[in-house]
Write a protein of this length. Structure first.
Length: 291
């Protein structure tokens, strides 16, 4: 009898006072979460939409046919060999790599210095200066390319490799400033104060205390600068000459004249570089901190 009474009491409690139906919260727990399923389905469709073009390009690059075909009817490295045998593609690749070697260290040096000054110095107009440094992210690239063309033409550097490097630095600088600023914001300033209280100077403290702590941000900034320089097309279209054509400009011109899987092979190289860059950033500072 005691067990029966307990079961009856539990049933009444579950149904609510006076035998009413369960509370709305209880009903919600039993009902399938439609919003959750909608989110999963929508997110899956978005990922498919973003991944499908990349998949088409990658698979088409290995097609043996003379025109892009998806799905490919076979597997061949024909178009990768064609890239290596084409002097125009190799010259464009050489220019892009040379620009990457010039732009990356200079951008990291300027970006890290600017980020440190903006984070540690308190002066009038600091917010305005930060907005100015980050402005290339907001200005349309075409407008930026035209402006740089006028400036470099006035300095006699239009079409030169140094002029292209200057343009790429302007475009990539906001990324290095951003990543270095994120790392600086996470640094405990008491560590720097303790170093200087123990007799170390500002330069020694920066080299042996601050710099190791912000190293992940510097590495991420270097990766962003390299990828941005290697894939920059808008500014390069205005700033390049026949002898300084970069890979993105070469792709743009090639597609305008013809279209074969050689372009897809170049795209695979760009995709591989982007994936490697993302892995490096994730391992050093984390994508969520810079995106």
């Amino acid at each position: 009898m005691a067990d029966v009474s307990k079961q009856a009491a539990a049933s009444v409690a579950a149904r609510g006072p006076a035998g009413l139906p369960p509370a709305p919260a209880a009903r919600r727990r039993k009902r399938p979460d439609g919003l959750k399923w909608f989110s999963w389905i929508t997110g899956g469709l978005v990922y498919v939409f973003l991944t499908l073009p990349v998949l088409v390009i990658v698979l088409s690059a290995f097609s043996p046919e003379s025109y892009p075909q998806f799905p490919p009817r076979g597997f061949s490295l024909r178009w990768f060999d064609a890239l290596l045998a084409n002097p125009a593609w190799m010259a464009a690749l050489k220019n892009s790599v040379l620009l990457l070697v010039i732009v990356t260290p200079l951008t990291v040096l300027l970006g890290t210095t600017a980020a440190y000054a903006l984070a540690r110095l308190d002066f009038r107009g600091r917010e305005a200066l930060l907005a100015f440094v980050l402005s290339p992210l907001m200005i349309p690239q075409v407008v930026l390319g035209i402006a740089l063309l006028y400036v470099m033409a006035g300095m006699g550097m239009a079409g030169s490799l140094l002029g292209l490097a200057a343009g790429h630095i302007v475009v990539a600088l906001p990324y290095t400033v951003r990543t270095a600023s994120v790392s600086l914001a996470a640094v405990n300033r008491q560590l720097e104060s303790a170093s200087m209280n123990l007799g170390a100077g500002p330069w020694y403290t920066f080299r042996h205390v601050t710099l190791p702590l912000i190293k992940p941000g510097i590495v991420a900034g270097a990766v962003f600068a390299a990828v941005t320089s290697f894939g920059e097309v808008s500014v390069s279209l205005f700033m390049s000459a026949p002898s300084t054509i970069t890979m993105p400009v070469r792709i743009f011109s090639y597609v305008d004249q013809t279209f074969d899987p050689a372009v897809n092979a170049v795209s695979v190289v760009f995709i591989a570089i982007a994936v490697i860059a993302l892995v490096i950033i994730e391992k050093t500072i984390g994508l969520t901190k810079v995106m």
